[in-house]
Write a protein that binds this ligand. Structure first.
Ligand code: NAD
Length: 479
């Protein structure tokens, strides 16, 4: 394990300077594999948050005037430095949040594409010309950055979210105050070191580590915050949405999910099964876009369950640095209890555990349930563990109806050879994302990523973030 020594404590990064929390307080970050101490981090206070917002605000007037070429250079340098420090970043993803190395490498590579795509965005902050009814009037829109952006990220994909959201915010000329998950502060501190070394001016990117429930409101409710981008649980997202609505602060919310996959009888199971397994078991099910509901046409239901169970039973639960390991420890006691409660509730109410259900240390075995019904918590609520339910369906229509029977609306998938059904599903599934013959877990830097309903508001990705993190100004010239 690459733990930081107990004497080293992560510091806040405010106005280009590293420092302790003003009141000197710290908190512990535990390695989720065995709950050993991973590091200490500064426990930022409301005062620290206000210092960070002030630094970001002070940096904004000069930063917004930097050229696209300059910002592009800085961001490309961030990507180079990430490559130079790959081992540190990957080790951190393994030891701070318990990523198996295959997930850590996937995340690292995806994050690199996010930063490079952000670099490309610098030249794309475009308005448009607009026809005018007024004779001799030239009419256009120009885009300007909003000011200080609050970035709040979750524990599960901290590097992807940081690279994308911080990268895109800086690319379009905003400055940033970042509150990372209290379970993944080191990853963000490493990213801040890289941003500083790449040459971004002091105050353009600020990081305040601390407990979100204590200092989150000091960030989101601050009157100098011009935009909030939040990724995390639906309950915290709802709270932030209320604050932002009150203050008229625009926000993007990327929240939880209960993403469905429909498997039609004509699906190519040989090709589908590895993707199906990836849909839920990657990082031990701790993925917002993980598929926690499978609706399978009855003629292939038994075969599907048999094959799924066979794959699930073979998934690696060994050393996190072994490339064959898939199943990750569940991040915290609170989250472990949630996974246990969901399984126990389902079993008590009559569900069958096809495979899994037991724990090895802080890891839950890959678990498949059948016989799940509406009164079971697991049917509707996000579990955020390596657990999924498989339901039989008698028709495509039933599959679509059941897939839509949720308050969430993040990702979705259908496996079929029927192109008409596939497109009907894509058009009618109430979700922000739909993958035909592919897993619910998929993301790219430039796509509109996001969900509806309890899964959030708005989209992220280069174009979507450009829209969300800038504002249009209408300008006319009388010729
Ligand atoms: P969480 O809601 O517990 O924490 C997310 C972040 O919110 C952390 O940085 C935390 O410090 C901060 N926070 C807590 N209280 C706050 C407050 N009052 N004000 C401001 N910030 C506050 O979520 P988590 O456990 O870290 O992540 C798991 C959740 O995130 C799951 O529900 C998952 O589905 C969701 N998620 C969604 C996406 C997506 O793109 N839709 C991606 C990843 C994770």
């Amino acid at each position: 394990m690459v733990a930081i020594t107990e004497t080293k404590t992560l510091q806040l990064f405010i106005g280009g300077d590293w420092g302790d929390a003003k009141n000197g307080e710290t908190f512990e970050v535990l390695n989720p594999l065995d709950d050993s101490l991973y590091c200490h981090a500064a426990k930022g206070s409301g005062d620290d948050m206000r210092r960070a917002v002030a630094a970001a605000k002070a940096a904004f007037p000069a930063f917004k005037e930097t050229s696209p070429t300059q910002r592009e250079r800085w961001l490309l340098r961030v990507a180079e430095l990430m490559e130079e420090r790959q081992k540190e970043l990957v080790d951190c993803l393994i030891d701070e949040i318990g990523s198996p190395v295959q997930k850590a490498m996937f995340e690292f590579n995806k994050a690199l594409t996010m930063v490079r795509a952000a670099a490309g965005l610098c030249r794309n902050v475009r308005g448009e010309t607009i026809p005018s009814d007024a004779p001799g009037k030239f009419s256009m829109s120009i885009r300007k950055p909003l000011g200080v952006v609050a970035v709040i990220t979750p524990f599960n994909v901290p590097l992807i979210k940081t690279a994308r959201l911080v990268g895109n915010a800086l690319a379009v000329g905003n400055t940033v105050v970042h509150l990372p998950s209290e379970m993944a502060p080191h990853l963000t501190v490493l990213f801040a070191e890289i941003v500083a070394e790449a040459g971004f001016p002091a105050g353009t990117y600020n990081v305040v580590t601390g407990l979100g429930h204590e200092i989150g409101d000091d960030l989101t409710a601050h009157k100098e915050i011009n935009f909030v981008t939040f990724t995390g649980s639906t309950i915290v997202g709802q709270h932030i949405n209320e604050i932002c609505a009150r203050n008229k602060t625009p926000a993007t919310l990327e929240l939880g999910g209960k993403s469905p996959t429909v498997i039609m009888a004509d699906a190519d199971l040989d090709k589908a099964m590895p993707l199906v397994a990836r849909s839920i078991f990657m990082f031990g099910g701790q993925a917002c876009i993980g598929s926690s509901r499978f609706y399978v046409e009855r003629p292939i239901f038994d075969e599907f369950v048999k094959r799924f169970a066979m794959i699930a039973g073979k998934l690696g639960m060994g050393d996190l640095r072994d490339p064959n390991t898939v199943i990750a420890p569940i991040i915290s006691d609170r989250q472990r209890q949630r996974v246990k409660d969901h399984i126990a509730d389902a079993v008590a109410k009559g569900a069958t555990v096809v495979t899994g259900g037991e724990w090895e240390g802080n890891r839950c075995q890959p678990t498949l349930l059948t016989g799940v019904s509406g009164e079971m918590t697991i049917c509707k609520d996000e579990t955020f563990g390596p657990v999924t339910s498989i339901y039989p369906i008698d028709s495509y229509e039933e599959g679509l109806e059941k897939a839509n029977d949720t308050e969430y609306g993040l990702s979705s998938a259908i496996f079929t050879k029927d192109i008409n059904r596939a497109f009907h599903f894509a058009k009618n599934i109430e979700a922000g994302m739909c993958h035909i013959n592919g897993p619910t877990i998929h993301d790219e830097a430039h796509v509109p990523f996001g969900g509806n309903g309890e899964s959030g508001v708005g989209r992220e990705g280069t174009d979507a973030d450009m829209d969300a993190m800038t504002e249009l100004k209408w300008v006319t010239v009388q010729l």
